[in-house]
Design a binder for this molecule. Structure first.
Ligand SMILES: Cc1ncc(C[n+]2csc(CCOP(=O)(O)OP(=O)(O)O)c2C)c(N)n1
Ligand SMILES: [Mg+2]
Length: 541
């Protein structure tokens, strides 16, 4: 038991939980929190330029590394600004720990016109968090942080919100810090896993659909092992990209259903093993709706199992633990040869992509060739970005970060900054359109302040291009609100001290390679308006 302020208790508990980064903006209502971490050299504070940047940085940080970061925001506008990134994290099944300041405890009982006042803030945050609470004494802080950590680490990861009134932040109390706890996730019911193994053995032509849960659980190795034992090709969801390396002979790539690339697989398969995927309605449903009748589903979230399609066997548990046990169950027999011509499929898919994605494919291939294999690419909602999960050869988990179904413009730059801070040894490339970039471009100042090596690409078509295409298709070309008058992006980059250039699409590979080799903060504008059929936006009706 030690006497300390609430601010110090937060810092000490964060240190004990192994949290190394705090993203945020300081104000009067969270100053004791910031002051508390001044004395913790292991905790690095990153001042952002808008709270949306803080929460998006923390999502990129977690998706690139699996580590949890904290955010410190003031109440009212600080919290509401951060909500967009917290909503993204919720939708992406990503953990981040947000601390909100608050007025004094006694001021919270009824509306009083207090500074930053926001009614029901715990419920407001709770709508995009897996856990949301307010603490009323410094003594409770370690326990509450532990509870938040357990909800994030022992089940489907979701953001957590802890609100600390000013008098609790600055008031002193006796605080008992908690010893570290090994967080564990459920391993799945062994009898159910045995049933799943039996069902899988009875199938002749099965495939695996791997989602973000495989990435979250670091389950790439057991996934590949199970796939090899079953002779099952593996399709990934957008979130599962990299869960199996594209170098693996059983990898079929990303499963954007809209392009009907997978008909050949779906019409022949007799069972789908779905691991760590909610079968997302935006990106996977066109595929999921055509999965075979027989489905075995593994997920940490009981609500996901059987949610979209009835299952023959459902196993609730961590993907790595369940797949490990499953591999042991299956291990008695020989590895089966794959029933599906995966190499032939990949060749035919590539030929289709040349036809459908033409110039975008060339550009993505140039990007891939220009950068090392461990480069982390972070997409925004932009025409090139939509194509990335389909077209980018992805060799490792956590190296292609595509925005979640929540789908906010302005995702890429802050998420890329978070990714770089979490994984400083890996190159990071941010991919935005001219529209999305201006949502969060002020975080270039954060990248510069943190001295980050970062390559920021802005594809400029002077339009909200995806929406302009939608208007072409759905409204007979009646464009409203989708044309943009832009700043000079090179001058804008230079104003933020980024080395800034404008290059033609065919020069992109060389420009990106040069930026990577030269290091530092780079902004590369590429005038590019990809043309083509409406199916270029894979989620369009
Ligand atoms: C916060 C938010 N507002 C609006 C949208 C709707 N929206 C989706 S894509 C898009 C156009 C994006 O334009 P740009 O970033 O220039 O990329 P482009 O489509 O031109 O490649 C818009 C407005 C959104 N996804 N998020
Ligand atoms: Mg655009």
């Amino acid at each position: 038991m030690e006497r300390m302020t609430g601010g110090r208790a937060v810092a000490a508990a964060l240190k004990a939980e192994g949290i190394e980064h705090v993203f945020g903006i300081v104000g009067t209502h969270n100053s004791p929190l910031f002051d508390g971490v001044l004395d913790e050299p292991s905790i690095h504070v990153v001042t952002v330029r808008h709270e949306q940047g803080a929460s998006l940085m923390a999502t990129g940080y977690a998706r690139a590394s699996g580590k949890i970061a904290a955010c410190f925001v003031v109440p009212g506008p600080g919290l509401t600004n951060a909500l967009t990134g917290i909503g993204m994290a919720y939708s992406e099944s990503t953990a981040l720990l947000v601390f909100g300041g608050q007025n004094m405890l006694a001021q919270l009982e009824h509306e009083g016109g207090h500074f930053h006042e926001l009614a029901n803030s715990v419920e407001v945050a709770g709508s995009v968090c897996g856990y949301s609470t307010r603490v009323s004494t410094p003594s409770d802080i370690p326990k509450v942080i532990r509870k938040a950590m357990r909800t994030m680490c022992c089940q489907r990861p979701r953001p957590a919100y802890i609100e600390i009134p000013l008098d609790v932040q600055s008031g002193e109390a006796d605080v008992a810090l908690l010893p570290p706890e090994p967080y564990s996730r459920p391993g799945g019911d062994p009898a159910n896993i045995a049933r799943a193994a039996k069902a899988l053995k009875s199938a002749k032509r099965l495939f695996i659909f791997a989602g973000g849960g495989v990435v979250n659980a670091e389950a790439s190795q057991p996934l590949a092992r199970v796939a090899e034992l079953l002779g099952a090709p593996v399709v990934t969801s957008v979130f599962g990209r990299g869960a199996i390396s594209d170098w693996h002979p059983l990898a079929l790539g990303d499963g954007w259903g809209r392009l009907n690339l997978y008909d050949e697989l779906l019409t022949q398969a007799d069972l789908a093993l779905v691991v760590g995927s909610r079968i997302d309605v935006v990106s996977d449903w066109n595929l999921g709706a055509r999965f075979p009748q027989r489905i075995v589903q593994v997920d940490i979230d009981p609500l996901v199992v059987g949610q979209r399609r009835p299952v023959e066997v459902g196993v609730i548990g961590d993907a790595a633990l369940v797949l490990d046990t499953l591999a042991a169950e299956l291990g008695g027999g020989e590895a089966r040869p794959c029933w599906f011509d995966a190499a032939g499929f990949r060749r035919r898919k590539q030929a289709q992509m040349v036809e459908r994605a033409g110039p975008v494919l060339k550009l993505v291939e140039d990007l891939r060739a220009a950068m090392p294999d461990d480069t982390i690419f972070v997409d925004d909602l932009t025409l090139v970005g939509y194509w990335m999960p389909l077209l980018l050869q992805t060799y490792r988990p956590r190296t292609l970060i595509h925005p979640g179904t929540y789908g906010t413009l302005g995702y890429s730059l802050p998420a890329a900054i978070g990714a770089k801070l979490a994984c400083p040894k890996q190159p990071v490339v941010s991919i935005s359109g001219d529209g999305g970039f201006l949502f969060t471009m002020q975080e270039l100042a954060t990248a510069r302040a943190q001295n980050l090596d970062l390559v920021v690409l802005v594809f400029n078509d002077n339009a909200l291009g995806a929406i302009r295409k939608y208007q072409d298709r759905m409204f007979g070309g009646r464009h409203i609100g989708s044309e943009l008058t832009n700043p000079d992006f090179v001058k804008l980059g230079e104003a933020f001290w980024a080395k800034s250039v404008r290059v033609e699409p065919k020069e992109l590979g060389a420009a990106v390679r040069h930026a990577h080799e030269a290091s530092g903060l780079w902004l590369i504008e590429i005038p590019f308006a990809p043309e083509g059929p409406a199916t270029m936006v894979p989620w369009m009706p």
